[in-house]
Write a protein that binds this ligand. Structure first.
Ligand code: FAD
Length: 378
């Protein structure tokens, strides 16, 4: 007989673990299934940015709610997740960038009440004396920051398990069973499980999982690369980005710098639908990230890179996730397609997805993220 759960979460990344934790704390007998290991995809590869500034307006309420949750997360989960609310600087080097950054800052503070302002070069240097002379100014959001993605994921998982959630890794979900269109369970390559709630938190595998219940949306894996350096004494706490997205990154609690970036032509090369999820490293990418970083932070030229890795972003065509239940398939709940910024909102995603799965009104409106937004209009 199939083992029975109140809820099954497909995917043991940061969002799957956050959702499982929130379901377990609401008393649901929860099972997390992952075809690989915990953090084996994007959640184990990412840059750790917890950012509200420069968010898509549809995501801003979720991002702001998430920062509130991050502020107490270590205490709530009982683990230091290396959360540092050191602010975010988005650096500008041309007058045109300055002009559009000032406009963006005004919009974000007026529309959402986000504490964000434009700083000139002198003011930037007061909070980060290491930026080079090419920097004309920057947007600054003091409540943004960064955390350690692996620690956050494990903290959610550990707490979920302490509340009774179970984890099975190395088990691939092959089928979601329906009974009269309502979700009734899943079939994996190893076993069969019954549940009236199934959450799709499968990252780049999320489209394939959605296909199992007859849904589809435009999502494709996008290649990106990231590197880490040897450690230095603590120099600055901010998360750094640039107006032209040359690179992004921060200094970790351990002292190393983590810098990531794209170089353009490497995007949209991978197709997760039936093909592999391989992640080659292009020899051009890490040097390009280093060159970009050194233009802005020349003092880092003697700091060695110790490791480079790549990752795949679950990119939806309109660059925001697919979240929430689907009226045609009761019991199925989507939490995928985070489009390269799903770590920073993971605490909020856990809250709102668990609430939506239980048929409650989520703390933050997620109606902009429905799967239906891609259906053709008759
Ligand atoms: C290099 C890089 C840098 C990034 N930097 C940032 C950043 O600074 N800030 C930020 O907010 N975000 C960042 N992101 C994005 C962020 O990492 C992701 O949005 C987030 O980790 C997604 O988490 P997830 O739990 O939804 O999915 P994942 O971590 O991708 O987990 C999905 C899991 O589902 C499992 N799975 C898939 N299909 C199945 C199946 N059929 N059966 C069972 N299991 C299955 C997979 O094995 C995987 O473990 C970055 C991403 C990358 C790649």
């Amino acid at each position: 007989m199939a083992k029975t759960y109140d809820a099954i979460v497909i995917g043991a990344g940061v969002n799957g673990c956050s959702i499982a934790y929130n379901l377990a704390r609401r008393g649901l007998k929860t099972l997390i299934l992952d075809k690989g290991e915990v953090c084996s995809q994007a959640s184990g590869q990412n840059g750790g940015g917890v950012r509200q500034s420069a968010r898509d307006p549809r995501e801003m309420p979720l991002a702001m709610y998430s920062v509130k949750l991050f502020e107490n997360l270590a205490e709530e989960l009982g683990l230091n997740v290396e959360y540092k609310q050191g602010g975010n600087l988005r650096l500008c080097v041309t007058p045109a960038q300055e002009e559009s950054m000032r406009a963006a800052v005004d919009k974000q503070s007026q529309a959402f009440g986000l504490p964000v302002e434009y700083l000139d070069n002198e003011a930037v240097r007061e909070i980060n004396p290491y930026v080079s002379d090419i920097v004309l100014g920057a947007s600054y959001c003091p409540t943004d920051g960064h955390a350690n993605p692996m620690l956050v994921t494990y903290a959610f998982l550990r707490k979920a398990r302490s509340l009774g959630a179970e984890l099975r890794t190395g088990e691939t979900v092959r089928e979601i069973r329906l009974s009269k269109r309502h979700v009734s369970g899943v079939v994996t390559d190893k076993d069969t499980y019954s549940s009236k709630i199934v959450v799709n938190a499968a990252g780049i595998g999320g489209r394939k999982v959605a296909n199992m219940v007859g849904l589809d949306f435009p999502m494709t894996p996008v290649f990106t690369e990231i590197l880490v350096t040897e450690a230095r004494e603590p120099l600055f706490p901010q998360m750094i980005g640039t107006a032209a997205s040359d690179f992004y990154g921060h200094q970790t609690e351990h002292g190393s710098f983590v810098w990531g970036g794209f170089i353009g032509y490497d995007t949209f090369l991978y197709d997760d639908r039936g093909k592999s999820e391989r992640r080659p490293n292009y020899p051009e990418v890490a040097p390009a990230i280093c060159r970009a970083v050194l233009r802005f932070f020349p003092f880092l030229q003697d700091v060695n890179v110790t490791r480079v890795w790549s990752g795949l972003i679950a990119q939806v065509a309109d660059k925001v996730p697919v979240l929430g239940p689907v009226s045609d398939v009761p019991g199925y709940v989507s939490a995928t397609g985070f489009s390269g910024h799903g770590f920073g909102i993971s605490p909020a995603v856990g809250r709102v997805i668990s609430q939506a799965a239980l048929g409650e009104t989520p703390d933050v409106d997620i109606s902009a993220f429905v799967s239906d937004r891609f259906r053709p209009v008759n």
